[in-house]
Design a protein around this ligand. Structure first.
Ligand code: SF4
Length: 213
């Protein structure tokens, strides 16, 4: 399924990812405009999902089990910007590293926006009570489960996402996730930093913030 991202890439977050404080100067603003234009040109944003009984979705770890507590079904989802964005960034890394970094941060924000839009579509179509999405590699939910989500959704064949031997997704700007579905209100539960595998390198945690803020 093609995904439409209604708003452009969030400039405030983009600057934050780039480590820029305050307003960008004219040159950087121009670079962001140029990067946004090429990213939107190259991205072929696609997503796929499937609703399965909770017991058919293999998970491991405390944090995802808590997140899905009370859910009898799970929507398994996969979203990608497509291989064109990977190629664009890789080519720029050879000729213009600074612009490649801008593109890479912008693409990370674009895939998050695509996931938000797709999550909204899934929530509307399942009609029940749902949790937020939860991805392998977050909390203590092992990255190895990316492969399960790809298999459940047939994402490799249908939208061209594959996993490498060390569980990274190709195209690189792709996401897999689970959304819990229940017949009563559920909030899900975000991981705590203490149980999160990202805690040693997480910049948010170092700044005293949390990804759920
Ligand atoms: S803030 Fe960082 S370390 Fe803490 S739970 Fe979120 S991603 Fe993990």
């Amino acid at each position: 399924m093609d995904i439409k991202v209604s708003r452009p890439i969030d400039r405030e977050k983009w600057l934050m990812y780039l480590g820029v404080k305050g307003q960008p100067d004219e040159r950087l603003s121009g670079e962001l405009d140029r990067a946004e234009k090429v990213l939107l040109q190259e991205a072929r944003i696609k997503g796929i999902y499937r609703v399965l009984p909770r017991e058919d979705v293999k998970t491991s770890g405390f944090s995802v089990a808590k997140h899905l507590e009370g859910c009898h079904k799970v929507a398994v989802m996969a979203v990608t910007l497509g291989i064109g964005v990977d190629n664009l960034i890789r080519n720029k890394q050879i000729t213009d590293m600074a612009f490649a970094v801008i593109l890479d941060c912008g693409a990370s924000l674009l895939i998050e926006s695509a996931c938000d839009a797709f999550e909204k579509e899934i929530r509307e179509s399942v009609g029940d009570f749902t949790t937020s999405r939860f991805s392998p590699g977050y909390g203590d939910y092992p990255l190895e489960h990316q492969e399960d989500v790809l298999r459940y959704t047939d994402a490799s064949r249908k939208i061209g996402i594959n996993a490498t031997d060390n569980c990274l997704l190709v195209p690189r700007k792709s996401v897999t996730a689970l959304i819990g579905i229940a017949d009563h209100p559920v909030t899900g539960r975000l991981a705590t930093c203490g149980e999160c595998v990202l805690r040693e390198k997480c910049t948010l945690r170092k700044e005293g913030k949390h990804c759920g803020d």
